[in-house]
Design a protein around this ligand. Structure first.
Ligand SMILES: [Mg+2]
Ligand SMILES: [Zn+2]
Length: 187
């Protein structure tokens, strides 16, 4: 059976502005280029799966209901623009957090591959035809840990470790999408 191709997407700093521990759905600032990028990728048959670290749950900055409300509003905004996100996985854990049962060392916090492996299994995804787009070194490492090609989206607020080298440096998700559709991964 033919396997699927997918673009795994970081949330904060890629799809929406990284405002730090986003708690209120009303505070979502969508990256306008992300709408066009995701429409392009969907039209070319890529699955879209969000993989996001949300240690704010373990650290007590917001609870699971608040996180779910933010995620649902984000999904709704894309849906209103004709984009169905195929799945969304989040890691609420952090080993130095204070909120049980989330204050653990887990296998889903990026750069660990747990969330991507879950998507690969569920949707029968071929990593060789798939990509990860993120704005942190942990996103690049996640791609390396799970066999995906990586796009590093520059984040002016973040100190990138130059020794962790992505497959592509891009300014935003739109530029990543343009490279992907030229990459001859047609099926
Ligand atoms: Mg990010
Ligand atoms: Zn986790």
């Amino acid at each position: 059976m033919k396997k699927n191709k997918c673009v795994f997407l970081d949330r904060d700093g890629v799809l929406i502005e990284d405002v730090g521990y986003l708690k209120n759905p009303e505070d979502i600032i969508i990256m306008p280029n992300s709408v066009e990028a995701l429409q392009t990728l969907k039209a070319r048959g890529f699955l879209l799966i969000i993989v996001t670290n949300q240690a704010g749950v373990a650290k007590g900055f917001f609870n699971m209901d608040e996180l779910t409300a933010v995620n649902n509003r984000l999904l709704k905004i894309y849906e209103d623009n004709g984009i169905i996100i195929d799945d969304l996985y989040f890691c609420p854990h952090h080993e130095s957090g204070t909120v049980e049962p989330y204050n653990i060392k887990c296998s889903c916090r990026k750069p660990a591959a747990g969330m991507v492996l879950k998507g690969i299994e569920k949707f029968s995804i071929d990593p060789l035809k798939s990509f990860m787009a993120g704005d942190k070194d942990s996103d690049i490492m996640l791609a390396k840990n799970s066999g995906l090609k990586s796009f590093y989206i520059k984040n002016a607020m973040y100190k990138h470790d130059e020794s962790i080298i992505p497959d592509f440096y891009v300014k935003d998700l739109k530029e990543a999408a343009d490279i992907i559709i030229k990459s001859r991964i047609l099926n």
